[in-house]
Design a protein around this ligand. Structure first.
Ligand code: HEC
Ligand code: HEC
Length: 460
């Protein structure tokens, strides 16, 4: 998007908006520092509270959601769950201090093989898009048209077609390329198989699974829909839990004043906010919730953009480029000019060191490639496709969708190779679990997140 805007519902308001004069990179940094200092005072307070807080037991809904999320019985061939493509455990890669492993809620098979797309429950069936992380997805506001900025924002999926997490969770079970169940009744029938689900649905939703008729012809009682909806709400509750929203990266602890970034990481942060212009769409600053509490930086403004990624001809079947937001029938119908074609959701960059491959089509494989792309897309010579000589080093193919490519904010950043490397170092500081893997005496093992006792703002 074109101008920095504080994250929506958690808008900072006056403080940030006072910068109406043309904003230079230097101003941005000064403002960031001001904000960070403000956040600091508050997060230090939170740290003290966190250290003395008693652990709050998860709610029933959340517990049920955890079981559902990892249950392969809810897929056609009983071989796939949400966790298959959004894993709850770290990817199996060799850990080094600069490449730690924590759960990043992505498809670990893709990280291992570089494949952009995930296999479904049915053999040889797969989707055409890269599975994004479920981490921090809960903060995405409901999908909406932002009249002030003239942009669509929020929602779930690369094209925002699900307004919130519960609506999102309704899709994978019935998607033939994913869990492939024929209909809602068959999913509810699988739920009925479990005594534990029967107990938990009763406790969490006052809903008796056993009494629902799931054999054809189903009565039109709405009972199947009610059970299915309850299931999606439980999954959403789990995805809103601290497990997916940990805020335990080195960057978080450094904002709270517990540790400091290395010289390279600090330079990277300055490039991120300044010459690299990354913060224009992936804001790195804390904002404030309406109740005045600090909203940690989420590294997305939840808008949509076409950054001009090249076509990934390695996706099995080489499908036509995904038209993203503008490819949706409802969006297309409202806008005949096609202003949203090729735009995909700005994803959070938290844990991005662990979420390769990158982009909706997974065409880029390392953070170094991503940064090089933003820096040189419009500068280096064109090649035919991603298999041509020099790809991602000395040349780039054309954008897969030429319409609406953002040329104002990215593509020719003029960064040196050293600045590109610094930027990558900074991105690695967004990896959670720093207390566990960082070996930093200032942040010993078990140090709670600076935000551990801060209630999250209401999640859609
Ligand atoms: C076969 C792999 C696969 C399975 C199984 C799967 N997903 Fe996904 N998930 C994906 C892909 C691919 C996308 C992106 C699709 C799109 O944008 O159209 C996605 C997108 C998402 C998103 C959107 C994130 C965002 O920031 O927009 C969420 C949340 C999510 N999945 C949760 C789930 C849940 C919950 C389940 C189980 C009910 C599940 N997924 C099952 C592959 C999978
Ligand atoms: C104009 C808005 C915009 C700017 C500026 C921007 N990004 Fe992005 N970023 C996006 C969008 C949109 C996507 C998803 C694009 C897609 O998949 O088609 C994205 C995706 C990414 C991804 C991949 C995320 C994933 O989960 O696959 C990374 C990494 C990233 N950006 C880093 C950066 C860095 C570093 C900079 C600065 C050099 C930057 N971005 C500048 C909008 C932006």
């Amino acid at each position: 998007m074109l101008h920095f805007k504080p994250a929506l519902a958690f808008a900072v308001g006056a403080l940030l908006m006072s910068a109406t004069a043309p904003v230079t990179a230097r101003d941005t940094l000064a403002r960031d520092e001001r904000l960070a200092r403000l956040a600091l005072a508050q997060t230090r307070l939170q740290m003290v509270k966190a250290a003395t807080a008693t652990v709050i037991p998860p709610k029933r809904e959340e517990q049920l959601g955890a079981l559902l999320y990892a249950d392969p019985n809810l897929s056609l061939n009983r071989n796939q769950s949400c966790a298959s493509c959004h894993a709850l455990t770290p990817p199996r890669i060799k850990a080094t201090p600069s490449r730690p492993t924590v759960a990043a809620f992505i498809d670990p098979r893709n990280t291992l093989t570089g494949s952009a797309v995930s296999a479904g429950s049915v053999k040889n069936r797969q989707g055409v898009l890269n599975a994004p992380s479920v981490g921090y997805a809960a903060f995405s506001p409901p999908f909406h048209w932002n009249a002030v900025d003239g942009l669509y924002m929020g929602g779930q999926f690369w094209n925002g077609r699900a307004t919130n997490l519960a609506a999102q969770a309704a899709e994978p079970f019935l998607n033939p390329h994913e869990m492939a169940m024929p209909d809602k009744a068959s999913v509810v029938a699988r739920l009925q198989e479990s005594k534990e689900y029967q107990r938990l649905f009763l406790q969490a939703f006052d809903l008796s699974l056993a009494q629902i008729l799931t054999r054809k012809p189903y009565p039109r009682s709405g009972a199947i829909d009610a059970a299915y909806d309850a299931m999606t709400r439980a999954i959403a509750a789990f995805e809103k839990s601290r497990m997916f929203n940990r805020f335990t990266s080195k960057f978080d602890y450094s904002l709270a004043g517990l540790t400091t970034l290395s010289a390279a990481e600090q330079r990277g942060l300055e490039v991120f906010n300044g010459q690299g212009n990354c913060a224009a769409c992936h804001p790195a600053t804390p904002t404030f919730a309406p109740d005045g509490s600090v909203m940690p930086p989420l590294f997305t403004d939840f808008s949509y953009d076409n950054i001009g990624l090249p076509r990934n001809i390695d996706i099995p079947g080489n499908p036509a480029p995904n038209r993203g937001l503008g490819g949706r029938a409802d969006i297309g119908a409202r806008d005949a000019s096609g202003a949203d074609i090729g735009k995909h959701k700005v994803m959070s960059l938290r844990n991005v060191a662990l979420t390769a491959p990158y982009g909706h089509n997974g065409v880029l494989h390392t953070l170094a490639e991503v940064v090089h792309f933003y820096n040189t897309r419009d500068v280096l010579p064109r090649i035919a496709d991603i298999h041509a000589k020099g790809f991602a080093v000395s040349a780039w193919p054309a954008p897969e969708i030429a319409r609406n490519v953002n040329r104002d904010e990215l593509g020719a950043l003029g960064l040196s190779a050293a600045q590109e490397a610094d930027l990558v170092s900074f991105l690695v500081t967004l990896t959670d679990g720093y207390a566990e893997w960082g070996r930093d005496p200032r942040v010993p093992r078990g140090t709670p997140s600076p935000y551990a006792t801060m209630p999250f703002p209401p999640m859609p």
